[in-house]
Design a binder for this molecule. Structure first.
Ligand code: NDP
Length: 401
């Protein structure tokens, strides 16, 4: 039994806190900390009274000294970072200063350029190894469960994996003309960046949203999917030995894309500062302030998500295909933890990754991507904590380019 410090009090943090409380055999205490104490206190209020003790604290995670002080005062075994990707490095620094393990769900991004790369966090490998502590990177759904699925496919179903298609479908309807399902700033940076895929040892860049296909998803139906760059491709290309092709696909409705195009055309998605009434503002941050808060979508969102991976490769000298996926219902998530499925599918794996490290089932020391660990205990925990997976050995495949 031990204690986790959860940094962030947004949509994902709410689910992590709920799930830690459901897993009180591992988490006997949690502390939720963000810049806005009232949000942390509201979570404490909601979750208090169970077996897991809940505390609330205020911290600016950009400030390493402040964070180090909080970690020293709270004495957690692990820090679960579900703030924003900009805080990854300062939180890793504070973990190093205090000798505490670290988990996150999104790779570091410098605030001034939308670059999704692991190089900044991989540069901490020696420091974590020398300090004898573990950092688990990308323990959400994608990245996260998609890496666990890949490790599981490699371990149980393939001698060689040649191709991976990651498919992320959200058929949820929140009833607003335009809103994003997680932090709008991070979401829009991701979808307006160039697309890319891994092919024969290198990444090929394509214009944003320029490659479109259709896929008929189990329990969701046929949707338009678009090729995107996504961070887990970088680590899977290294850790799934011999893989030749990796592609990441996400569903977008025509309505979402029309709104996004207009916002881009008028400059509202830019991350370059502009002067407004004598003050510097970043258009995308202003846009975030006027869009619906993702946390408010929970009660309104109906429908399901389906996220999974299709693998093509060989086993015992014969070709083999394998599709493993999870279907999650927005309203069921809301009934259970008060959040929609996007926060749910991210928060459950963050809790599971933290629990496996806290109990010593996954051991470091060092900085690891999730597919580097044994997938079996994580796959079992997914079934136990609300994200059951299904498999199909004869899936419809996406054609090659
Ligand atoms: P929200 O915007 O809802 O919440 C972010 C939280 O971070 C807020 O509570 C905010 O605090 C806090 N925060 C921001 N800056 C700081 C800071 N300097 N110090 C302390 N706290 C800070 O985001 P989400 O919950 O939707 O997303 C959380 C993370 O999950 C993001 O990194 C996102 O990229 C990732 N994610 C990963 C997915 C995956 O599958 N791997 C999918 C979806 C999201 P405050 O209380 O002050 O507002």
């Amino acid at each position: 039994m031990g204690k986790a410090l959860i940094i962030g009090a947004g949509g994902v943090a709410g689910v992590v806190a709920h799930k830690c409380c459901q897993n009180s055999e591992v988490f006997d205490e949690i502390c939720v900390a963000s810049r806005t104490l009232s949000k942390c206190e509201a979570l404490k209020e909601k979750l208090g009274g169970g077996k897991t003790r809940v505390r609330a604290a205020k911290v600016d995670a950009d400030n390493i000294a402040e964070l180090t002080e909080l970690i020293r005062a709270e004495r957690p075994q692990i820090v679960i970072n579900v703030a924003l990707p900009y805080q990854d490095l300062s939180i890793m620094d504070a973990c190093l200063a205090t000798g505490v393990d670290y988990v996150d769900t999104a790779n570091y991004e410098p605030p001034d350029v939308a670059r999704f790369e692991y190089k900044w966090q991989w540069a901490y490998r020696d420091k974590f190894r020398e300090a004898g502590i573990t950092a688990l990177l990308g323990s959400g759904f994608d990245p996260g469960v998609t890496g666990v699925y890949s490790a599981y496919a490699r371990k149980h179903h393939f001698d060689k994996i040649h191709k991976i298609d990651i498919l992320d479908a959200n058929a949820g309807d929140h009833g607003y003309p335009f809103a994003t399902n997680f932090n709008p700033e991070i979401n829009i940076r991701e979808v307006s960046a160039k697309g890319s895929y891994f092919n024969d040892g290198r990444f090929v860049e394509v214009e944003p949203m320029s490659i479109k296909r259709e896929y008929n998803f189990p329990e969701i139906g046929t949707k338009d999917i678009y090729l995107l760059h996504h961070e887990e491709m970088e680590s899977l290309a290294i850790n799934i030995e011999g893989v030749k092709q990796i592609r990441f696909w996400m569903t977008f409705s025509q309505n979402y894309l029309n709104h996004l195009r207009v916002l881009e055309n008028v400059g509202m998605t830019s991350i370059k500062p502009v002067m407004y009434e004598g003050r510097e503002i970043i258009p995308l941050q202003f846009l975030k302030a006027v869009l619906p808060d993702p946390a408010s979508l929970g009660p309104r969102t109906k429908g399901k998500t389906n996220i999974g991976c299709i693998f093509q490769g060989e086993k015992d000298g014969k070709p083999r295909n394998y599709y493993v996926y999870n279907v999650c219902d927005h309203q069921e998530c809301y009934r259970e933890v008060g959040s929609q499925a996007i926060s749910y599918t991210t928060g459950v794996p963050a809790m599971i990754g933290a629990a496996l490290i806290m109990t010593g089932v996954w051991r470091g020391p060092g900085v690891f991507n999730i597919e580097e660990f044994d997938p079996d205990p994580f796959m079992d925990a997914l079934n136990r904590f609300g994200l059951p997976w299904r498999e199909n050995f004869d899936p419809v495949l996406l054609e090659d380019f």
